[in-house]
Ligand binder design. Structure first.
Ligand SMILES: Cc1ncc(C[n+]2csc(CCOP(=O)(O)OP(=O)(O)O)c2C)c(N)n1
Length: 559
């Protein structure tokens, strides 16, 4: 047990969880923590320009590394500015620890300066929301925070430390390793459940793997591919989880769900057994109706949490287990059982669907109209992006074309706003990703509307030397929403159009590099140049302002 000042204790507790970056904006409520970093440079405070950016950055870092990531901001507005970003981490099951200073305890429930009931405010978007009420409880409650963030289905945690509990205090701390305060071994599947899955697979004629984000979090990507190869089971990915499977895999058909591949939906409708690994079968994967998941289809759902099993679609079998552990057990059981590969007819069907998708995407190389069509932009990106590139997609129509069109090779290389659908996510999330994986090229893809929501973080990127590329497809409107007015309101546009500065010039004002590309043939070369320019870089591409995807609800209004 060591006695340390409380700021030191907080930093040591974070370091025990391999935290190397803390995101936030300085505030007087937590200066005892910041002061420690004056001498201890093993942890860097990434001081951002808006706390929302801090939360998205932490989320991006956690998603690409699998490690917990930390924000540290001040009370009141510092914390409320985090809220949307913590919501993004919540829907992504991303272990972000949001630490805030707080007003002095003596002012509790007095509507004092910057005093809000933050613990209640953060409850719906976290796994745990607590206030540390005594200095001596800092270690216990930070351990609790990490236990909740990192156990089972991961997720964000909110912790408020009132300024009097933190500043100028000392505390006795036992700096433990994570094994001493949270489980670090995976949750194993029940052997009978694995045996039953073997039986179901043996009976199936058209088995299909639906691969979700849980496979990334469990590091089970190779096992999924192995299972698929050994028994010729085709694969599709859940919404926004295209990186859970190497897209070049011959048994990978495509991504399911909103803005995904119709061929993946077709495979899903044709399958007679769905083996769902690490997916909630969420809203944008399945629409919660029967357009892809057929009524009565046999369904085995493997998930670390029980809360979403059979939630919308009855399961034949729900297996609560870590995806890596469950697939290991399943492969072993199938090997002993000597199960044969799926039928040649089903393999052929899957191959046709895969080929059809590839041909559909390749045909877009012929789109050479000006202004550039967003679909063509992705043809050029597929051509030049190195396979290890991490891509963050913002909400919005132009980024959404990427759900079906990006070609991903490695796990944890696609960051999307998932069910939050929040604009302004991609750029800061990409900055966090670059800090977590500095060796990887990182690209954020934005519409003009979403980029300007957090574009101020260009200053953060330049100052901290976080060299990523931001691609802004500019159609001078809130395109994704304008599409609804086009389809459903007879083109009576209200609030749909916006103006923009030239983003290449805007970038240069911050000391970043700027590019303006009008011709599709130039996109590839400029992208490669930007990735190697040694600075954060913004590429603006003016795109066809009349090119809108059909809104997700076009077929069924009101969903
Ligand atoms: C924070 C936030 N505000 C509003 C919306 C609603 N919304 C979704 S997409 C969109 C338009 C996005 O425009 P832009 O970023 O320019 O991309 P585009 O759709 O034009 O390609 C809007 C306003 C949202 N998803 N998130």
């Amino acid at each position: 047990m060591a006695k340390m000042n409380s700021g030191q204790a907080v930093i040591e507790l974070l370091k025990a969880e391999q935290v190397r970056h803390i995101f936030g904006i300085v505030g007087s409520t937590f200066l005892d923590v910041l002061d420690v970093l004056y001498d201890d440079t093993s942890v860097e405070y990434i001081n951002v320009r808006h706390e929302q950016g801090a939360a998205f950055m932490a989320d991006g870092l956690a998603r690409v590394t699998g490690l917990p990531a930390v924000c540290l901001v001040t009370s009141g507005p510092g914390a409320t500015n985090l809220l949307t970003g913590i919501g993004a981490a919540y829907v992504a099951h991303s272990p972000v620890i949001a630490l805030t200073g707080g007003p002095p305890s003596s002012n509790y429930a007095r509507d004092a300066f910057q005093e809000f009931d933050l613990v209640s405010m953060f409850k719906p978007v976290t796994k745990l929301s607590v206030l540390i009420n005594k200095t001596e409880r800092i270690p216990e409650l930070l351990h609790y925070a990490f236990r909740m963030a990192m156990t089972g289905r991961k997720g964000p945690v909110f912790v408020e430390i009132p300024r009097d509990v933190l500043n100028g205090q000392t505390v006795d701390v036992d700096i433990m390793t994570p094994e001493q305060y949270r489980p670090t071994y995976p949750h194993l599947p029940h052997p009978d459940a694995i045996q039953y899955t073997v039986e179901l697979l043996r009976q199936a004629e058209r088995p299909l793997l639906i691969v979700g984000g849980g496979v990334n979090w469990a590091g089970a990507n190779e096992l999924v591919a192995h299972l698929s190869e050994r028994f010729a089971i085709p694969m599709i990915t859940a919404y926004g989880r295209n990186d859970a499977v190497a897209n070049a895999h011959p048994l990978y058909i495509g991504p399911l769900g909103r803005a995904g591949a119709p061929e993946a939906a077709e495979a899903c409708r044709r399958a007679d057994l769905l083996l769902v690994v690490g997916s909630r079968l969420g809203n944008f994967s399945t629409y919660y109706d029967h357009r892809v998941i057929q009524p009565g289809v046999r369904l085995v759902q493997i998930d670390i949490e029980a809360r979403d099993m059979g939630r919308i679609y009855p399961v034949t079998l729900g297996i609560q287990a870590d995806a890596h552990a469950a697939l290991t057990a399943l492969l072993e059981a199938l090997g002993q059982d000597r199960m044969a590969a799926s039928s040649a007819a089903w393999q052929e069907e899957a191959r046709i669907l895969r080929d059809r998708r590839q041909a559909r995407l390749e045909a877009e190389a012929k789109l050479d109209a000006l202004p550039v069509k967003p679909q063509r932009v992705y043809v050029e990106l597929r051509r030049v992006l190195p396979p290890e590139t991490i891509v963050a997609l913002d909400a919005g129509a132009a980024p959404a074309y990427g759900y079906d069109r990006l070609h991903l090779s490695h796990p944890r290389t696609l960051l999307t706003p998932l069910d939050l659908g929040g604009l302004g996510f991609a750029f800061p999330a990409a900055l966090g990703a670059k800090l977590g994986r500095p060796e990887a090229p990182v690209l954020a893809i934005h519409g003009d509307g979403g980029f300007l929501m957090n574009a101020q973080e260009l200053e953060t990127a330049v100052r901290h030397g976080i060299n990523i590329v931001i691609l802004v497809m500019n159609n001078n409107c809130w395109g994704s929403e304008k599409a609804y007015q086009k389809h459903f309101y007879q083109e009576r546009y209200v609030g749909a159009d916006i103006g923009n500065p030239r983003y290449d010039k805007y970038a240069e004002l911050f000391g970043a590099k700027g590019y303006y590309v009008e011709h599709p043939d130039q996109i590839g070369d400029i992208m490669l140049e930007a990735l190697h320019c040694g600075k954060p870089a913004v590429i603006e591409i003016p795109i066809d302002a009349d090119e809108f995807p059909t809104p997700a609800t076009a077929a069924r209004r009101g969903e």
